[in-house]
Design a protein around this ligand. Structure first.
Ligand code: SF4
Ligand code: SF4
Length: 733
């Protein structure tokens, strides 16, 4: 070993020792913070599916590849990071000796070939990612960036380090070529040989370049170890765990559809026995999230994909799902020293720690602990109430997140505490909640008018109890029963089912609200009250039938989601379909035959709770494909990336005072297609988009109608029955 190698070896191992020590300390800190969360036993079952999903999602980059070039570039960087770690390891042999290499595989042509090409592709990919970050920088003129609010230096730092490490890999190899210590053939390692051709024959160059590579790599490790909230770097390790522990490992997208039940100490809360002084009602302190919640916050890469799709953020509201997650993360880590010292408030608000326990806690951590989780800037709150209440629970953030963060569950958990304990929520929603409690529907309509929509139909609508052999229970929903426009859809669906000879029956006055708006605003108590009542009624209606024969058809995607995905939590197992699914089936099997196509251009708006939350994208399009002339015109934001109408998450019953109205934004997009008809599959979307059209005074140019009404007009053009909202649809010929 020459004098150069003695120096390079000492320096390499010294900086590595410091970096590893700091990294171990950082990992221990991170684990300790995550362990502060509440237990969640639901995250560890079915390990086989979890492991498979984690491998498919990470190795296949299934989410990221939806983002085209950036997904592919990220894949090469990720694979490069894993495989090329071997080259960093190899550098430790090279600081010791210019001829050094990895034992066993060092010198093997295949190893040389694979690492060479991964490094070349990694180099190109990281340059692409840097260019994309620069092009989308928040400070660029015009437009909103998905990186707004992200810690930009961290992104550039991580990308710069990767670039530098890759470059140094070629410099080391180049010096080995130049000094004739390189064992790989030109065909396997062409770039290394090209670099070697321009470098001098300098043996010390190998060891010095290897030292530089190690210093760069260890600088990265030291910086991230000193910044445990640096998600853009830490996600490389945490993403595997976050995906493994996701809520629904077998589902297309986890964290959508059903909400998590309200839990205390990891157990679902039973309101018959729950006690707010002993049981946790929602989340009021950051440590009341489950450990998976804290892992979610730690894993965020700050990529901003969620933000770019969020309807609230895109219409000028203060909510960005990314910034919400970052605020919770930063708060959790800043408060952690206080919590780890034994601090924290019990459920009555009393401090748990003694003065002696808190004596050595940093004043900043003590100050952080005093911040209310939900509060305005003046109150020093972590999350502003306007942020919390801007969410429509549309799920676009969850859908986009490459590391499976479950934003909607966290938002609703915080709402639960605000509603149930603080009674703090937008006051206008109070009327809706009172109506649900007293009348069983959000409008406060008398229960005995639930069947009024049947009046005037030229056939009898059967009721459960009057007929035994119904195949489908037609769940009408509150909107379908009481809201004038939705009633027309209900009548259209009933007419089509009758036309197709489907045996169906309604509950009539036996039906109450599914509980969706109560649950999504955070009032789990009212949700459970309504849901239990409905589960009882439905179980009675289907008594003696196995699950596959307990079929329900619903026109409202919120009811469809709640009955199908959430009633199971309360003992109600049913086969629930949306009316567009049933209608698509009836058209495909020839039970309904469209005879006169609807003309004038039709576009389709995906309701969030039908599409994104439940993956029903094709059936409404299949129905429209048969019922209209020409092709369906898609809006730029459609299917998984559909833009919310603004009504979900109980926003239907709240005023929209900040920013542009979401429904207006969506209507403008629909109108930009030139379509005369905007087809929908949800009574709330129908209301919101109709309001948007009226707000733009565009009622004469474009009409918003349900898919069922489009189909009915095409199936029974001569009838065009009054009260089914088909009258104005233009027909061909
Ligand atoms: S659910 Fe929708 S509205 Fe709520 S934060 Fe996510 S993207 Fe935004
Ligand atoms: S998409 Fe996920 S990882 Fe990216 S910023 Fe949003 S929450 Fe973080």
């Amino acid at each position: 070993m020459g004098s150069v190698q003695i120096v390079t070896t000492i320096l390499a191992f010294a900086i590595t020792a410091v970096a590893v020590w700091l990294a171990v300390r950082a990992v221990m800190k991170m684990v300790a913070v995550i362990r502060l969360g509440q237990p969640d036993p639901s995250r560890t079952g079915d390990k086989g599916t979890r492991a498979r999903t984690m491998l498919v999602e990470t190795a296949g980059h299934t989410r990221m590849l939806r983002w085209g070039v950036v997904g592919a570039a990220h894949w090469f960087v990720m694979v490069g990071f894993i495989v090329l770690s071997l080259l960093v390891l190899e550098a430790y042999f090279e600081v010791v000796s210019p001829t050094g290499g990895l034992p066993l595989i060092g010198g093997w042509a295949i190893y040389g070939l694979v690492t060479e090409w991964l490094a070349i592709l990694g180099l190109v990919s990281i340059l692409v990612l840097i260019a994309i970050r620069l092009r989308n920088r928040p400070t660029r003129p015009g437009g909103r960036s998905r990186f707004t609010g992200s810690t930009m230096w961290q992104g550039y730092f991580v990308e710069g380090i990767i670039l530098a490490v890759l470059v140094m890999g070629f410099v080391i190899r180049g010096f080995k070529v130049a000094t004739d210590h390189f064992e790989y053939p030109v065909w396997a390692t062409p770039l290394s040989h090209a670099v070697g051709a321009v470098l001098p024959n300098w043996e010390a160059g190998v060891s010095i370049a290897a030292l530089i590579k190690i210093v760069i790599s260890m600088t990265w490790l030291i910086v991230i170890a000193l910044n445990v909230t640096m998600g853009v770097a830490w996600h490389r390790f945490l993403a595997f765990f976050n995906i493994f522990f996701k809520r629904d490992p077998g589902a297309d997208v986890s964290g959508l559809g059903a909400l998590r039940p309200m839990t205390s100490q990891g157990k679902p809360l039973d309101f018959e026995e729950a006690d707010p002084e002993k049981d946790q009602f929602g989340v009021a302190q950051v440590e009341q999230f489950s450990w998976k919640g804290l892992l979610d916050f730690s894993t965020c890469t700050e990529c901003g994909r969620c933000q770019s799709q969020c309807p609230a953020w895109n219409t000028g509201k203060p909510l960005s799902p990314k910034l919400l997650v970052l605020s919770l993360r930063d708060h959790a880590y800043a408060k952690a020293p206080y919590l780890l010292a034994g601090g924290g408030k019990d459920l009555t608000g009393e401090e748990k720690a003694t003065a002696a326990q808190l004596a050595h806690v940093d004043v900043l951590a003590l100050a952080e602990a005093e911040k209310p989780l939900i509060g305005t800037a003046e109150e020093g709150g972590v999350i502003d109430p306007d942020v919390l209440w801007s969410c429509t629970t549309c799920g676009a953030c969850v859908e986009q997140c490459p590391v499976d963060i479950e934003h909607v569950d966290h938002i609703v958990d915080m709402r639960r505490y605000q509603v149930l304990i603080e009674s703090s929520f937008p006051s206008e929603a109070g009327v809706m909640l009172r109506n649900l409690e007293n009348k069983g529907n959000p409008w406060g309509a008398p229960q005995n008018t639930r069947e009024d929509w049947t009046k005037g139909l030229d056939f009898e609508v059967p009721r459960v109890g009057e007929v035994e052999d119904f195949e489908y229970l037609f769940w009408v929903g509150c909107a379908g029963a009481f809201e004038d426009r939705a009633k027309k859809t209900t009548r259209a669906v009933a007419t089509l089912l009758n036309e197709a000879g489907v045996k169906f029956a309604i509950l009539g006055e036996g039906e109450t609200c599914s509980g969706d708006p109560a649950r999504r605003i955070g009032n789990e108590f009212v949700f459970q009250m309504l849901a239990q009542q409905n589960v009882e009624t439905l179980n009675e209606a289907f008594e003696g039938r196995e699950k596959s024969k307990r079929k329900i058809v619903a026109t409202c995607p919120h009811c469809f989601n709640t009955l199908g995905n959430e009633y199971g939590q309360l003992g109600g197992e049913f086969e629930v379909v949306h009316h567009t699914q049933l209608l698509a089936h009836l058209v495909a099997t020839g039970k309904l035959t469209p005879v006169q196509p609807v003309d004038g251009g039709v576009t389709y708006h995906d309701p969030c709770y039908l599409g994104r939350h439940n993956r029903v994208f094709a059936p409404p399009r299949e129905v429209l494909g048969k019922a209209i002339s020409g092709e369906l015109t898609e809006m730029p934001r459609n299917s998984e990336r559909s833009f919310c109408c603004g009504a979900g998450g109980a926003r239907m019953w709240m005023e929209e005072k900040i920013g542009k109205r979401i429904n207006v934004d969506r209507v403008e997009e629909a109108m930009s297609t030139g379509a005369k008809t905007v087809a929908v599959g949800c009574p709330f979307c129908s209301t919101m988009l109709n309001d948007g059209v009226n707000g733009k005074d565009a009622g004469e140019q474009v009409e918003v109608v349900d898919v069922a009404s489009v189909l009915l007009r095409s199936v029974k053009p001569e009838q065009a029955p009054g009260g089914t909202d088909t009258e104005r649809l233009p027909v061909a010929g």
